[in-house]
Design a protein around this ligand. Structure first.
Ligand code: SAM
Length: 305
């Protein structure tokens, strides 16, 4: 099987749609009405992938007049966003005009100028601090990959006083695959995956115990941010009547592959047992017999005015 991160993100979209905490989403919509009063409202999305959150906000009527800066460290994601967003948005009845570095999205009542840029978040902050500010900063499924105690204060330098921060689907513990194959092996695989992926991407500076959405309660407050709302946003994938919806089987294959890749050289796991585990999980997906659960938390926070 070919593994494409962009296809994985597209498959993940509908899982995240179901997962997002609706109350926190509504809190965002309410708070956004009063945010800054700037017209257009200025939004920055970090680690925005292929643009699924921008699409989601337009599909749900959250945006009318906005300038939306989406950055991601992976240039293939940005290229994919530039190609896919116009197709997705046109299918919603929105007009789009592509331009160098982004696209303009409009209807008689919507005018959104979207900038799509390949950039590392920390380099972007260094470049933009003191130059530009935003009313809303979004990070969807991205804080798990970053050094959060370092990021939050730096990110605040890009925020207007009173700006909102919306951080969603933050993992709050190891993911789970059901049914369990071998309780000890399964437990070691998911907990090591949880720890290793975090350590590799974010360094050892989050909580000392891998990504955990709950630590954001402390991290946000330490960064001087007020938490306006928080709620769980668990991701659940399971087969119905022998089929996975949409491209969810691909999402599962990708997750199993990601676990195997991350742990293949792990000193505490026998490689042959890991390979066998992954093979059995792929077979379960083919037979529509695997379910997947991830516990996550959404946060809406605010910079002091
Ligand atoms: C799990 S993906 C989520 C993507 C997107 N938000 C979504 O949910 O579809 C995490 C994203 O963060 C991006 N990312 C990770 N570290 C980054 C960094 N230091 N700067 C910019 N983007 C980063 C990755 O390239 C990846 O696209």
């Amino acid at each position: 099987m070919e593994y494409s991160f962009q296809r994985f993100l597209e498959a993940k979209k509908r899982i995240d749609d179901r997962a997002l905490n609706q109350r926190v989403w509504e809190s965002l919509k309410t708070a956004l009405i009063g945010a800054g009063g700037r017209d257009p409202v200025r939004i920055l999305e970090i680690g925005g992938g292929i643009g699924t959150m921008l699409y989601r906000m337009l599909a749900d009527g959250v945006l009318s007049r906005a300038s939306y800066t989406l950055i991601d460290g992976d240039s293939e994601n940005i290229r994919t966003a530039a190609v896919r967003l116009p197709k997705w948005l046109n299918a919603l009845g929105l007009e789009t005009v592509s331009r160098a570095g982004g696209l303009f999205i409009y209807t008689p009542v919507i005018a959104v100028d979207a900038e799509l840029e390949t950039a590392d978040i920390f380099e972007f902050i260094d470049r933009e601090a003191g130059q530009q500010q935003w009313d809303l900063i979004i990070g969807h499924g991205v804080l798990d990959h970053l050094d959060v105690p370092r990021l939050l204060p730096e990110l605040c330098s890009l925020a207007y006083p009173g700006a909102l921060l919306y951080f969603t689907v933050n993992l709050d513990g190891p993911v789970a695959f059901e049914p369990v194959l071998d309780p000890i092996l399964d437990g070691r695989i998911v907990s090591q995956f949880h720890f290793v992926t975090h350590e590799r991407r974010a360094g050892k500076n989050l909580s000392g115990s891998g990504p955990a959405g709950r630590h954001l309660f402390t991290c946000l407050e330490k960064a001087g941010l007020k938490i306006l709302d928080a709620g769980t946003s668990g991701g659940v994938v399971f087969p119905r009547q022998g089929h996975y919806a949409g491209d969810e089987a691909y999402f599962l294959h990708f997750m199993v592959h990601a676990v195997e890749e991350a742990l293949k050289d792990h000193p505490e796991l026998e490689k042959s047992r890991l390979t066998e585990w992954a093979m059995m999980r792929h077979e379960q997906i083919e037979g529509a017999a695997l379910s997947y659960i991830s516990h996550q938390i959404d946060f809406l926070a605010q910079v002091s005015s």
